[in-house]
Structures are given as structure tokens and as C-alpha cells.
Design a protein around this ligand. Sequence first.
Ligand SMILES: Nc1ncnc2c1ncn2[C@@H]1O[C@H](COP(=O)(O)OP(=O)(O)OP(=O)(O)O)[C@@H](O)[C@H]1O
Length: 318
Amino acid sequence: MERNNLGGIVVSSEPVLQLHNVTKKIGRRVIVDQLTFDVPKGEVFGFLGPNGAGKTTTIRMIVGLIKMTKGEVIVNGISIKNNFQLAMTHIGAIVENPEMYKFLSGYQNLLLFARRHQQVTKARIDEVIQLVGLQHRIHDKVKKYSLGMRQRLGVAQALLHKPSVLIFDEPTNGLDPAGIRELRDYLRKLAKEEGIAVIVSSHLLSEMELMCDRIAIIQNGKLIDIRKIHELRQQVGVQQVTIEVSDAIAAQQHVQAFYPDLAVVIQGNSIQLVIDRSTIPEVVRYLVHQQIDLFSIQLGQQSLEDQFLQLTGGEQIV
Ligand SMILES: Nc1ncnc2c1ncn2[C@@H]1O[C@H](COP(=O)(O)OP(=O)(O)OP(=O)(O)O)[C@@H](O)[C@H]1O
């Protein structure tokens, strides 16, 4: 088995989930358009796109809640078209609000849920409770749980039958910052320690960036790009440079004359430009040579957000 290293996390390159040309048409409208990607074991994979991009529809197709118009979904080598029941034994999903009885305890809910799966033992129930960190509150009634705890219980339910893929649609919806952080930590733990492929969807780039190893960007039902988060960070070599100068108008004209393709913006007493880090000394030398005095230089990185906005043609992903 080939292995590679994603930002310090070792994951197997063996895909546990494969989508090939997955397409959904409703009437004449193509909602999801030929999506193709693989997710390996142990990876947290983000499905990022603006509202209405087709994320939920794709997830609903993967878990069999709706039919694909075209394409194929393979889970652990099993086609969901050929052997749906068997393929689903490898998937745990939290797509709609998990079914829970509020007047029963978390533990009683898990017991009820476990009856649906023949092979779930009491030891496994205890194991998933530990995994999601609910051991201290598991005998409280669910009505006393916070939203974050209910979500954990939902994840515990989804994990009972030992799936190799966990799918979670918009997991952070409604959670406060502390809840989001907890969720992020235990989803990453599940991927790292249990080798589960975790697939999450969101329209929030800031969350995906902290949670995922890789992100697929989807817009208007189409896959625009797939990137590894750590690669993205390394690629950001281009920097925004703000140079405080004695004469901003003259500095702008000089730099513009020397680099005709560069956009040079005046900000108060400074000029601002986006250039490769290696070009900075040349610009500085040139300005000094043109008798422009320099007072300060500030560097800012082009953010991941800027990159995604570029990729999606400016459509807002916040
Ligand atoms: N049953 C349906 N009939 C008609 N159109 C639908 C149906 N289900 C979804 N759509 C449309 O398909 C598009 C994609 O919807 P989907 O819910 O998959 O997007 P999403 O990326 O999950 O968005 P959000 O972040 O808002 O949940 C939307 O324009 C939606 O209106």
C-alpha cells in the first residue's frame, strides 16, 4: 500500500470512496455535473461551494437518498448501483438531522439505534462514546444536551457499525465557535486514529481550511478544483507589498514604467503591489535609484480566501 504524508498526517492513498462522472439532472436542469474524485482512507475531505452549488445533492446521491442520473459511486470497491446494501455498510452519514428521542438518554438512543445493526456489541457502543468524548454525559437525557453534544451523539450513531467513510453535511451549522473547534478536533482524530475517510461539506472556507486535508471546490454543480491545504499554503509565494515612500505618485509612475503589467495602487503615502517575494529587492533598488525615499515596507500574503475567490471567479465563499 502506497502511503503519503499530508501536512504531518499519514494517509493511505487507497481510495475508499470514488465518484466517477456523478451527474444529477432534475427536469432539464443539471444540478450536479460529472463529478469525479477519490477520497483515501484517513483523509478529511472538504466539499466547498457557495449555497446552491450542489453539495447536498451530491451527498444525498452518495448515501442513496436520491438516485444518480448518470455516473458511479464506489465504496471500498463496491458499486452502490450493483450492491447498495453492502456498500452502505461501509458508510456512516449525518445528512439530515439524526433521528433522536429527546426523552431518552444518549445511551438509550445508541442502544435503540444499535438494534438496527446485527453486529453492534455493547463494547462497540462504549467505544464510540469514548471516541466522541460523551462518556461523562451519556446517561443524561438528550433534551439536556447542547447542539454540539447532539451532534456528537449523531456521529456516535453513524460510527456504530464501523464504517470506513463518514459523511457529514454542513457539520458546523448552528454551532458556536467552541463547538466548531471541538467538532473539528474529533473529526480529525477519527480520520487520524481510526483511519476513517471523513467527508464534510461547507460554504465556509475558514472552517474547511482548519479541518480538511484536501478541499474540492464545487460551483454550479461542477468540480472547479481539488487542492491539498498544505500545498495551497506553500503555493502562496506571491505577496502583497506596501511601500511607504516620499512621493507616492512619482513612485507609482516609476514602478509602472518599469513593470508595465503590474497593478500599482496608491494608498495614502504608500504604493501597494502584488509581486513574487524574489522581486522585492529589485523594486526597492529601482525606487532608490529614482531618488524616491523609502520609509517602510510591509508584507501581506495573498490569503487562501483570495485564491478561492480567484478560482470561483469572485463568487462569494465566506
Ligand atoms: N428536488 C429538487 N428540485 C429542483 N431543484 C433542486 C432540487 N434539489 C435541489 N435543487 C437545486 O439544486 C441546486 C443545488 O442544491 P444543493 O442543495 O445540492 O446545494 P448546496 O451546495 O448543498 O447548497 P447549500 O449550501 O445551500 O445547502 C440548487 O439550486 C437547488 O435549488
